[in-house]
Ligand binder design. Structure first.
Ligand code: ATP
Ligand code: MG
Length: 562
């Protein structure tokens, strides 16, 4: 597993580009980000986006956004809209170059006719199962289809009739005629077209013949004049096929494909198919559930685009297969960013009331407190204090254990920035639950220091009871309990590794009055609790809802290592 260091890792793609520019092979570079609109983007896509758009920016080239919309069954406008929104949010722009593979359907058809005429493609009547059977295995060569030697005329005629809708779904395909004995299975006469009488979100009912990804992808790159076609390692074995197509077509542009390792994160599933299943089966609240590794989930959770870009930069780009990154590394990039930008405020998540008996009943004081000690320009604010305050329930122990330095009967602690208080009495209900604590305060300790320089071991955050604002707070943990959720026990799938405690909702929280009009997406550090943001969906005026973005420290990894 990788624990990347904090300097940008070497990027072998840059070395290739530098070489191509130096040798005069290219004057400028054009890259592309080619999502299939069949789901929402995830953090793995962010790696590809940062790489492709980042290269275009740094070499003053261009990066196209191309939707690989060759599969009409699984694609929806909702996904296209979300993808555009996410790329923009990450901070990248594709200018005028928004393209769709479906724009090239006619050109691809003509290319296919060209291959048929050159004897490089044929119409096959075998069905999907038979094609699989004939394909052979890694150790055995495949067998030629009985239809492989059809005449060029017959192929042209059948292919046209396929386009015209004369044949039912699955009854015929167009295949490249390469080599059924090739050691590379991708070269064993791959399917280029399948018949599918399906409505396409852009081309409507114009086509009942759809290109496969393998056929469409390389040619789409070529049509757009992509110089460096950067993709993930699983396409390395497809590269000879993509080169074969381009070598046999009348194209002027032959992009160079460069593969890099997919991003994987611990405790995370990254495939869209699996993420879709989590959404469809209701394991999460939607694609933008703050526990999801989707860009929209991370955004709702409170991630900043800057933190994600820093993360992608630091993990670097490598050609190695195993590039599973610890999720805590992503969280560290986030903490580093939020530490600089989040307002520090006080919020009590599990409140217990403290009555300060010797403090005047009607008095309110205001204490000036800085918004972020890391950044003076963020200014300061005034926080009200009064006779009754809330503190965290677990900041008090009636019978304190040895290492507990916070409030206990007879013990003095500091209320942050306010006063020293000493607990004098514990009030319980008939069931023995503590309902209220009584304390006295030292008026001399105003601002949190005493003239005699007296020390206390505990400093607690607090909120004035009569000024506090109610809030709901959602605490998140990893969505999965296993480092690699894909490794499920026999007979079970990855969902058996879901963490039943990944969401804890606290509904009686009390926050500083200044947060009453916080807007969706606003980010805060709740002192001693972590970083939080206002939920962009459920938070409304009068009903504040916060998501915990990340805790202050990585307690999880430490627990795992114990
Ligand atoms: P998934 O398997 O999650 O469905 P995909 O590769 O099928 O992903 P696409 O929409 O085809 O999803 O991907 C668009 C681009 O994003 C591709 O160039 C792909 O290589 C890249 N990409 C997808 N997942 C990752 C990942 N985990 N790490 C890096 N790049 C990725
Ligand atoms: Mg894909």
């Amino acid at each position: 597993m990788d624990t990347p260091n904090t300097t940008p890792a070497g990027n072998f793609v840059r070395d290739i580009i530098d070489g191509d520019l130096a040798s005069g092979k290219h004057q400028t570079i054009i890259t592309r980000f080619p999502p299939e609109p069949n789901g929402y983007l995830h953090i793995g896509h962010a790696k590809s986006i940062c790489l492709n758009f980042g290269l275009a920016l740094s070499y003053k080239g261009r990066c196209n956004l191309r939707f690989d919309d060759t599969n009409p069954i699984k694609e929806e406008q909702e996904y296209i809209d979300s993808i555009k929104n996410d790329v923009r949010w990450l901070g990248f722009s594709w200018g005028q170059t928004e393209f769709y593979a479906s724009d090239y359907f006619e050109q691809l058809y003509e290319y296919a006719v060209h291959l048929i005429k050159a004897g490089h493609a044929y119409v096959d009547d075998l069905n999907a199962d038979q094609i699989r059977e004939y394909r052979g295995t890694l150790t055995e060569p495949g067998k030629n289809s009985p239809h492989r030697d059809r005449s060029i005329e017959e192929n042209l005629d059948l292919f046209e009739r396929m386009r015209n809708g004369e044949f039912p779904d699955g009854s015929k395909v167009l295949r490249a005629k390469i080599d059924m004995a090739s050691p590379n299975i991708n070269m064993r006469d791959p399917v280029m077209y399948r018949i599918l009488h399906a409505h396409h979100h852009r081309t409507g009912d114009t086509w009942c013949l759809y290109p496969t990804y393998d056929w469409a992808h390389g040619q789409s790159d070529s049509i757009e004049g992509i110089t460096h076609s950067i993709c993930t390692l699983e396409f390395e074995d497809h590269r000879p096929l993509y080169n074969w197509f381009l070598d046999n077509l009348p194209v002027t542009s032959h992009p160079q494909q460069i593969e890099f390792a997919r991003l994987e994160l611990t405790y995370t599933v990254m495939s869209k198919r699996k993420l879709l299943l989590l959404v469809k089966d209701g394991h999460v609240a939607g694609w933008d559930d703050p526990r999801m590794p989707t860009i929209s989930g991370l955004r709702r959770r409170g991630y900043t685009p800057e933190a994600i870009r820093t993360f992608c930069d630091r993990i670097g780009v490598a050609k190695r297969k195993d590039s599973t990154i610890e999720i805590s590394f992503l969280e560290d990039c986030l903490r580093e960013d939020l530490n600089k930008r989040a307002l520090r405020v006080m919020a009590v998540l599990d409140p217990i009331k403290v009555v300060i008996d010797n403090y005047p009943e009607d008095k309110t004081e205001e204490f000036e407190t800085v918004n972020n000690p890391e950044d003076e320009s963020m200014g300061s604010r005034r926080v009200p204090f009064s006779r009754e305050v809330y503190i965290e329930r677990d900041d008090f122990q009636e019978e304190p254990h040895k290492k507990f330095f916070r409030l206990a009967p007879g013990r003095e602690v500091r209320l942050k920035g306010a006063y020293f208080i000493t607990c004098t009495n514990v009030v319980k209900d008939s069931a023995g639950n503590i309902t209220e604590l009584h304390c006295t305060y030292d008026p001399e300790s105003k601002g949190g220091e005493t003239p005699d320089g007296r020390k206390v071991k505990g400093t607690l955050h607090w909120v004035s009871a009569k000024h506090a604002v109610d809030a709901e707070v959602r605490l998140y943990d990893h969505l999965f309990r296993e480092i690699d959720p894909n490794k499920a026990p026999d007979g079970q799938d990855f969902t058996s590794n879901l963490n039943p405690d990944s969401l804890r909702t606290l509904t009686h929280c009390k926050v500083e009055p200044g947060l009453a009009d916080a807007s969706p997406g606003n980010r805060f550090q709740f002192l001693r609790q972590g970083y939080f943001c206002v939920d962009s969906i459920d938070s409304k005026p009068g009903r504040l809802v916060f998501n915990r973005t990340v805790s202050l420290r990585d307690t999880w990894s430490k627990l795992q290592k114990q």
